[in-house]
Design a protein around this ligand. Structure first.
Ligand SMILES: [Zn+2]
Length: 225
């Protein structure tokens, strides 16, 4: 970021925190939230403790987690990411997270969990994809947004049992065939999503790759529900 430009801009139009309305200084805020509000997010520290917590929902050799999805400021931020029509805010969160966590190694690529094309049309963007772009920028890791696709519009899954949901999710994702032949890229995959709930989505996507003999080494998720 050009800090000098920020100082000039904010002396003309002072920005305020998206959560509490406090005036934002030119530094020390994350994606439009002030440091005091970010303290309330319950930010996870990089390391084994966080990885263990992550692995309870999704096992992967390489995992990174942003913050806890509580009822206050962190929920408001996730809501803004999904429905706020502000893809730039999600990219900023990706950059922030990548500045805190070490980059995945071994030639892995970042694969954002896709949304159904109809949902993407409604919202104008896929928040997981924007998050991955921010991560990829700072880590200098490629974002592969082309292969994995969401085949079904999954609204009906919310009422289903855990088992039913898991079964239905297996049929929800697939790999897009490019010009009649499936992609031959075999680089290891790190899945990227905005919210981790049961881990069923990540598991379903991993299965899609593993059926093709491609390894999923882990995942990056912004918030833990
Ligand atoms: Zn605030």
């Amino acid at each position: 970021m050009n800090v000098f430009l920020d100082v000039i801009l904010e002396s003309i139009v002072p920005r305020t925190c998206m959560s509490c309305g406090r005036e934002l200084r030119y530094e020390g805020h994350i994606a439009g939230a002030c440091t005091i509000c970010v303290t309330g997010w319950g930010v996870f520290e990089p390391g084994e403790t966080t990885k263990t917590l992550f692995n309870e929902r999704f096992y992967g050799a390489w995992c990174a987690l942003g913050f806890r999805l509580g009822n206050g400021a962190s929920r408001a931020m996730i809501h803004k990411c999904k429905y706020g029509g502000e893809p730039g805010r999600v990219v900023e969160l990706g950059r922030w997270m990548a500045s805190r966590w070490p980059a995945p190694t071994g030639g892995a690529v970042l694969v954002p969990i896709p949304v159904h094309w109809r949902r993407k049309l409604q919202r104008g963007y896929n928040q997981a994809e924007r998050f991955a772009v921010g991560l990829g920028e700072v880590w200098a890791v490629e974002v592969d947004g082309g292969g994995l696709v969401r085949l079904a519009h999954g609204e009906s899954l919310t009422g289903a049992s855990r088992e039913g949901r898991e079964e239905a999710l297996k049929k929800t994702y697939g790999i897009r065939a490019l010009d009649g032949c499936e992609e031959q890229d075999m680089r290891p995959v790190v899945l990227v999503d905005d919210v981790l709930t049961t881990g069923a989505t990540l598991r379903a996507c991993r299965e899609v790759y593993e059926k093709r003999g491609r390894e999923v080494v882990g995942a990056v998720v912004l918030a833990l529900a």
